[in-house]
Ligand binder design. Structure first.
Ligand code: 5AD
Ligand code: SF4
Length: 429
């Protein structure tokens, strides 16, 4: 989501006559788009601001955008006095007018209001990837998970109209994009604000029908709002990729309760069963936090048994990081960092073994990939399957033409913990 916010900000700047330069050293205006989901990300911003200022900051205008901007607000001016603009993502609709103030030489411009009821929709988005395009369908979050800073930094939920999402998808298809990724903190609570009042499953189905679009992905889901109709929609149109990212955070009901996740392990597993019973084979991935306050060894064991039960294809794991303005900040029974690190290692070792097994099951199969790049060091092309697996492959010499952006069938011959390898069946489509 942050990467896509950057694309929209760059597009807005370009539309106002700004020009992108190859390095920050050459820029007159330097914008930092920031993340505050965990403390480490937040600290990085301040280190970079300091270092860059010292080396090359003379005469430049600095802006801090994104979640750290929203969270720290005007305190950023104190910590980094050379910054002139501080704006959170909920204020980006006002970005053009904030730029005017900057251009007029204003030294302290802020956009920190959270009460916008609009999404940051811009026709000028400058996209980084020529084949896959992100489309924001809902911004903000109305949940209140005890560890999470997002409802505070990104504000309340606002959905875009279904028609504007489809119009953007059609425009993208016309300009050559074949893959679309629908974005939101919680896409499952999408609700079309127009009278059509589409829910997320309907929006997914409609997006998949846009001519020229061959793949549609979405992220991220909240298990509580993940309804069976989503699996049914995926089952009825193969354009909807075979992958569900369903963050569980913990396998222990006690911890899930303390996290205010609004579902139990059993309810989560019920959703997993819908996905596993789909007609197509879906990949499953998740997010897990270890060391949430009060997480006992027994609680952690339950997360490990959940991994055994679900057999995820991949997971993102994090040590709990205390965040400002969150309910968990005041909770007792903090887990020491060394213990969090140990749990993270145990979790990742278990998952690695699962991935080695799961990836090996693909050897011999034929997979369609979208080619994303080429690795000159290995001579392999880099492809991605509908299940979102990386599949590196060799291809017969074709006169040096790039395969990037093409869809190819690849025979899987080898597997590792994080990727597959194979040989293209050479029938370029
Ligand atoms: N500490 C650690 N991980 C966190 N996440 C969100 N907030 C925190 C936090 N305070 C993780 C969750 C979420 C993912 C995007 O980041 O697992 O799903
Ligand atoms: Fe954060 Fe929970 Fe909202 Fe996800 S659903 S953004 S974890 S508060």
């Amino acid at each position: 989501m942050n990467a896509h916010d950057s694309e929209k900000v760059v597009g807005t700047l370009l539309a106002r006559g700004y020009r992108e330069v190859p390095t920050p050293e050459e820029a007159d205006l330097v914008l930092y788009n920031t993340c505050s989901i965990r403390d480490k990300a937040e600290q990085k911003v301040f280190t970079r601001l300091q270092n860059f200022k010292r080396e090359a900051g003379k005469g430049k205008v600095f802006a801090v955008l994104g979640c750290v901007a929203q969270q720290e607000g005007e305190r950023i001016f104190e910590r980094a006095p050379h910054v002139s603009l501080v704006a959170g993502s909920a204020s980006y609709t006002r970005l053009p007018e904030m730029l005017v103030q900057l251009e007029e030489g204003n030294r302290r411009v802020t956009g920190l209001s959270l009460d916008t009821d609009e999404t940051f929709d811009t026709p000028f988005t400058r996209r980084d990837n020529p084949h896959r395009a992100y489309i924001t369908i809902i911004e903000g979050c109305d949940k209140s998970c005890a560890y999470c800073v997002v409802p505070f930094t990104r504000g309340p939920e606002r959905s875009r109209t279904g028609e504007s999402v489809l119009a953007e998808a059609r425009r993208l298809a016309e300009s050559g994009y074949t893959e679309i990724q629908l974005l939101g903190q919680n896409v499952n609570s999408y609700r079309d604000p127009s009278p059509a009042a589409w829910d997320f499953a309907t929006l997914l189905a409609r997006t998949a029908e846009v001519p020229g679009i061959r793949r549609v992905r979405y992220t991220t889901s909240h298990p509580r709002d993940f309804i069976k109709a989503i699996v049914d929609a995926m089952d009825s149109n193969p354009v909807l990729c075979n992958h569900v990212h369903l963050p569980v955070q913990s396998g222990s009901n006690r911890v899930l309760g303390a996290m205010q996740r609004l579902y139990t392990r059993e309810q989560y597993l019920e959703r997993i069963a819908w996905i596993k019973n789909a007609r197509r084979k879906m990949a499953l991935t998740t997010d897990i936090i270890v060391g949430f306050p009060g997480e006992t060894e027994a609680d952690f064991e339950e997360t490990l048994t959940l991994l055994d039960e679900v057999q995820y294809d991949s997971l993102f794991s994090f040590k709990y990081s205390p965040r400002p303005n969150t309910a968990a900040l005041a909770m007792e029974d903090k887990i020491p960092d060394a213990e969090k690190a140990r749990r993270l290692m145990v979790l990742n070792e278990k998952q690695r073994a699962i991935q080695i097994r799961r990836n090996a099951e693909f050897i011999g199969s034929l997979e369609e990939v979208l080619v994303e790049g080429h690795n000159p060091a290995t001579g392999q092309w880099i492809g991605r399957t509908s299940q979102n697996r990386t599949l590196n492959f060799t291809h017969p010499p074709n006169g040096g033409a790039s395969l990037v952006g093409r869809y190819l069938n690849v025979r899987v011959t080898r597997s590792g913990p994080n990727s597959l390898a194979g040989e293209s069946a050479a029938n370029v489509m």
